[in-house]
Design a protein around this ligand. Sequence first.
Ligand SMILES: [Zn+2]
Length: 449
Amino acid sequence: MLRTLLIALALSVSPVLPAVAQDTTAPAETATVLAPEPAAAPAAQSPAVQPPAPRETGPVAVPRPSEQAVRYHRSGNVLWIVSTLWGLLVPALLLFTGLSARIRTLAYRIGRKWFFALFVYLAVVAGLVWLADLPLAYYSGFVREHQYGLSNQSFGKWIGDSLKGLALGALTAPLALWVPYLLIRKSPRRWWLYSSLAAIPALVFVIWVSPVFVDPLFNKFGPMKDRALEARILETAGRAGIEGGRVYEVAKSEDTNAMNAYVNGFGSSKRIVLWDTLLGKMDDREVLFVMGHEMGHYVLGHVRNLLAIAILLTLLALYTVHRTSGALIAKHRRRFGFDELGDFASYPLLILITGVLGLLISPLLLAVTRHQEHESDRFGLELLQDNRAAAGAFAKLQEQNLAVPYPGTVYKLWRSSHPPLGERIDFANEYRPWETGQPLKYGEKFEKK
Ligand SMILES: [Zn+2]
């Protein structure tokens, strides 16, 4: 769970966050290289004094999901159930077959000292879990994505990224786990509390370091290539009180056709990142709205909020382990091959308990992230006051990423970190308090144009 939390935080704090568009009153875009202003043909020959195309402002219809998108959604649900069960089955097998205990014994033979034995044990377990997950990961992350035209990745890049992830996990897991395992032995009654306290600086560090040292292991990050658009984004960021140099473009087009943008990092590493795939497919107004949404996450402190939630979740998860593991170990000690939680062969039990807990509480967690996303949409709309661009950006996200606009309730509760795109399009079409002189919810958070 710790790792899940870390990954969830470091990677997903705000992915898929479309944002805001700008240009409150301007009748037209100034120098829109990418933005095809509808209907306005690049007409005549006189490039001299062309009147600006009228800026489209009408509502955008929610696209009907294609037959392919519906299939992708339905098969994705089956895949989610299978991989969720698999994620519980693998640690259960490690435990109930006594394999975990045997790996621990072997690890002591190789590592000798406790810490090195823990290191060896976690590396072996990480390798085994990686192998057990490989067929499903290959199908869902590579084969299927290619079948649906969502992936551009070569097999070499895919397996390389997967191995890098494995190496990263095997190296960092001992750093994350030696503290709780040490504390379980030193303080059997309060270890969950002390470990959660120790997790706070660790979480902050991981969030701070991820964008700078981890993310570049997988993709290239740099400044935006379209300098004119970048200037408009930075001008908008300036209005929202965000300093320049915090906007990055990442070359995701070697991996995927899907579009995204996100905010991550902490303190000096805090940043907004745009996938280059998004830049290729959205016009400038839509990109600006997406950035406005991301700026909402930034200005409204959503990374910090999620950090606080992660700390609470860590506390809850470790306390649950503390309260439930004793009875489970007492009942199955002979099969498990260990008789106390302080034996690091209990690691798969930790994964199992926190995995079940995660399933139970994820609807609550996702409700929080959906709320944040909605508020970032609102922030983006208020900042840029370009409903058309917002709704258009969501419509493109839906079509390009093969999403369905209104998924069912169970999907929404257990899987939607963002409001369904149909709801976001509806909101983007309707929300315009500035037109009737009503106060803006976040009007104090940015400078008016
Ligand atoms: Zn978002």
